[in-house]
Each structure stands twice: as structure tokens, then as C-alpha cells.
Write a protein that binds this ligand. Structure first.
Ligand code: PAF
Length: 294
């Protein structure tokens, strides 16, 4: 069945309130569209756990910095709608920017320490844009549960923190990164890559997987694991790839660590040509921990 399309935020909230009054549980998968198998896995994760599934499609202008790809962010409305139909989505919420941020809008939701490093350091204001829009989407769609991908590990941690700190009555569910057959993490931005860049981009997951194997073989020194990632990328992608950051950090605080003795993540951002990609691997029991710990 075709999902119901709602564009007006007030109508979205009225629909959600009516469903809640009728005793139904609601789920939200927030997206910026151009849906791929990563998004579908978020929908599949939530679908059996709620009575009504909402997918928001909104390219959020306030999480893009100056000179970033807001204007060319890929869009595919018909493809997205077909994907939502196949995934059994009940409502697609697709507001216009002016409806989300009307004249006079001046509120920012900000998580401080968790946004200081990693992507937060490279993209000032990005996470303020994410938490502000996610908070608003939660108020408009009133979900009992919302699903976010581990691919955006810092985003997941930041949203969990916001939900805990501000006592949103929303359960945050996470889902593992979905990858292409050659290991490249699914991302809407993969569409920007030329064939040469697409091949070079596989160096990111190769490097991360090599370090994860080293970790499983007993290596606990963060610097050694980081060097393995760096070396693999250098060998495979050479000049096509510039690392923006590479960190081995605590899975909960995201603070850089020297020796791994608990849950940890190796996370990176890199420019492949002009395309910025991120990826990570979760070490030890962090995957379980992020699923349960705010
Ligand atoms: O991960 C994304 O696509 C976006 O950051 C989100 C969560 C939809 C907020 O705009």
C-alpha cells in the first residue's frame, strides 16, 4: 500500500496524536532521503516493533555548513516513495524547510562535550543542526521508538545523550552499518564518487577491518591500530584519499584512548576527491552497550 504523505508539520502532529490516543505505538526513521539499503535496514529493524512506522524525508539545511553539499545533496522522491512502500511504511513526513524553520525560528538544541571532537570538530555547528531537527521531528511525529544507524556513530551517541538529558520518552534503537559487497559503507554521498574514487573508497573499510582483526588478535595499543588503518589507506588509495580524522576512542564518551580496556570505536572521516565519507568499526562489546546505554 502507498504510504500516506504528510507535508504540514501541524497535520503530522495531529495524526501522531490521534494514533497515540487510539493506543497505537509509533516508530520514526529520520532520513534526508535518497534512500539506500542502510535506510531500509533501519525501517526493517523498527517495523516489527511498532504499530505505525513513519519515515521523515527532510534535507535539513541547518546541519550543513558553508561550502558543504546542501545544494547538490542527492534527491530521488519517486525512488524514496517506492522504497517506503516496499518497506511497509505508513507515513512519509516530508516538510518544506520553511515549515520546519518558519520566520522567527531561533531555538537550538545543543549537546556539548560529545560534539566537540570527530565530525563535530571538522563541521562546526553540524550536530547543533542535527539535534535541533531531531528534537523537532520527535515533537512532530511523537514516536515511541526511533531508529538510527551505527554508521553515523557520533550522531547516534549524541542523539542518545539528548534523549537522556532532556527526558524525551523515545527509545533509541540502533542498527548496524550496511555495506556494499566490497565493504564500502552505504551512504547517499557514495553517489558522488567517480569509478576511480569509488574503488579508492574501499580503502576505508579495508583499513578499519584490518585494525579490527588486529584487535581481535590481541592488539590493544590505539596508536598501532590507527597506523594499520592509515597504512592500508595509503597503500590502496594513495593521493585520492585524505584523512580528515582517524581516532580510536571510548565508545561512550568518544574521548581518544591510548590503550583499549573497554568498549571502543575506531572512527574516521576522509575526503575521497571532494566527497566526504565517514566510517567506523565498533570494538569489544560496544555494539551491545550503545543499544542499551544512553
Ligand atoms: O542521518 C541523517 O540522515 C540526518 O542527520 C538526520 C538524522 C535525518 C537529521 O537530519
Amino acid at each position: 500500500m502507498n504510504p500516506k504523505i504528510i507535508r504540514d508539520p501541524t497535520k503530522m502532529q495531529q495524526w501522531a496524536l490521534a494514533e497515540r490516543r487510539a493506543g497505537r505505538t509509533l516508530g520514526l526513521v529520520p532520513t534526508m532521503g535518497y534512500l539506500h539499503r542502510g535506510h531500509l535496514s533501519l525501517m526493517d529493524t523498527l517495523r516489527p516493533r511498532v504499530d505505525r512506522l513513519v519515515v521523515s524525508i527532510f534535507v535539513n539545511p541547518i546541519q550543513f555548513g558553508a561550502g558543504e553539499d546542501l545544494d547538490r545533496y542527492p534527491r530521488d522522491w519517486d525512488g524514496d516513495l517506492a522504497a517506503c512502500r516496499n518497506a511497509g511504511v505508513d507515513v512519509v513526513f516530508a516538510p518544506e524547510p520553511a515549515a520546519v524553520y518558519p520566520e522567527g525560528f531561533q531555538t537550538t538544541v545543543r549537546v556539548s562535550r560529545l560534539t566537540a571532537g570527530l565530525c563535530g570538530a571538522q563541521r562546526p555547528g553540524h550536530f547543533d543542526g542535527v539535534t535541533t531537527v531531531v528534537a523537532k521531528l520527535f515533537h512532530l511525529t511523537l514516536p515511541h521508538r526511533a531508529c538510527f544507524g551505527e554508521k553515523d556513530y557520533q550522531q547516534l551517541a549524541v542523539v542518545r545523550r539528548m534523549v537522556a538529558d532532556l527526558a524525551f520518552p523515545v527509545e533509541i534503537v540502533s542498527a548496524p552499518t550496511i555495506r556494499e559487497d566490497d565493504g564500502l559503507a552505504m551512504s547517499s554521498r557514495n553517489a558522488y564518487l567517480s569509478p576511480v574514487e569509488r574503488e579508492a573508497a574501499t580503502s576505508l573499510s579495508r583499513g578499519l577491518f584490518a585494525a579490527r582483526k588486529q584487535f581481535h588478535d590481541g592488539e590493544r595499543r590505539a596508536a598501532v591500530l590507527a597506523e594499520t588503518v592509515r597504512q592500508t589507506i595509503r597503500d590502496h588509495a594513495g593521493a585520492v584519499c585524505t584523512l580528515e580524522y582517524l581516532t580510536v576512542c571510548d565508545a561512550h564518551t568518544l574521548e581518544e584512548i591510548v590503550t583499549i580496556d573497554g568498549d571502543a570505536v575506531i572512527a574516521l572521516a576522509a575526503k575521497i576527491g571532494t566527497t566526504r565519507l565517514i566510517d567506523n568499526v565498533i570494538l569489544a562489546t560496544a555494539a551491545e552497550a550503545t543499544a542499551t546505554t544512553p
